[in-house]
Design a binder for this molecule. Structure first.
Ligand code: FPP
Length: 258
């Protein structure tokens, strides 16, 4: 066991119940987990299936991830469903992804309500057109009072654009005389990000073996633990999630005693 600043490791006294394990790792359950859901296309190609089949299987993995996060007591799950760069894909694939989101929303709204999940959106999702936007906003409204878990779906999201928008907002406020340039600090910038009402990002997971952030939550990931998994997103399930949380707890434990 690694050393702690506390007098006695709680597990030595209390045994390995969940409270003591949590205390040992300095609060091992991450409050905010984000996922770059990568590998749908490769998952499909390996099975001789079209990319759309990979995305459909990916949507099922979203259900499992959501359930696992709720069951594990995570407060916020943020998923990268569509990046601002994804428009570069074929019209057919963009339309498959949009249709899938519409279908998922329709089918899962009841689940979100039943499981007390609040839906939140980040990104410039207006680009998806009035019909999907209205469905999305209706789902956000209908789940606004839920407190068990917040599911944040990043749609047409790009982190640099988010940071640029925050800078623009602060510049406008400065030009209007509401703010002095010297007042612009990290907290002010954070206060203009779309994630401003969320707890800090603790754990960022990317599947598919790619090791990069792809313009996702760049500011928010400054102190997050990063976990790159070799599995393709459609293979993600509650066991993978539990293992990811175990790895997070290990890392916290290693840096414990701060
Ligand atoms: C990356 O796989 C995945 C995406 C670009 C989209 C993620 C979308 C889903 C998981 C399904 C729909 C989401 C919701 C919220 C219902 P890729 O196509 O880049 O895979 P590849 O790198 O193997 O080609």
């Amino acid at each position: 066991m690694t050393s702690r600043s506390g007098p006695v490791a709680p597990s030595a006294v209390a045994g390995p119940d969940s409270d003591s394990l949590d205390a040992m790792s300095g609060g091992s359950i991450p409050r905010h987990v984000a996922i770059i859901m990568d590998g749908n296309g490769r998952w499909a190609a390996r099975r001789g299936l079209p990319r759309a089949a990979g995305h459909r299987a990916g949507a099922e993995a979203v259900r499992r991830a959501l359930q696992a996060a709720a069951d594990q007591g995570v407060e916020v799950l943020t998923i990268y469903a569509f990046s601002s760069e994804n428009w570069r894909r074929s019209d057919e694939e963009v339309s498959d992804l949009t249709a899938l989101m519409r279908f998922y929303l329709e089918r899962e709204l009841k689940t979100l309500e039943k499981e007390k999940v609040r839906l939140k959106l980040i990104g410039d999702y207006a680009a998806f057109g009035p019909e999907l936007v209205s469905r999305l906003e209706k789902a956000v409204e209908r789940t606004a009072g839920n407190t068990r878990l917040t599911l944040v779906i990043a749609l047409n999201y790009g982190s640099r654009a988010e940071i640029a928008a925050a800078a623009r907002k602060l510049a406008e406020r400065t030009a209007a005389g509401e703010l002095a340039a010297a007042d612009i600090d990290e907290e002010r910038i954070e206060g203009e990000l779309q994630t401003r009402d969320l707890p800090p990002l603790d754990l960022l997971i990317r599947t598919s073996g790619e090791v990069r952030l792809s313009n996702f939550l760049l500011w928010q990931a400054a102190y997050a633990e990063l976990l790159f998994l070799d599995i393709m997103w459609p293979d993600f399930d509650e066991h993978v999630f539990a293992d990811a949380l175990a790895q997070f707890a290990e890392r916290q434990r290693r840096f414990g005693g701060r």
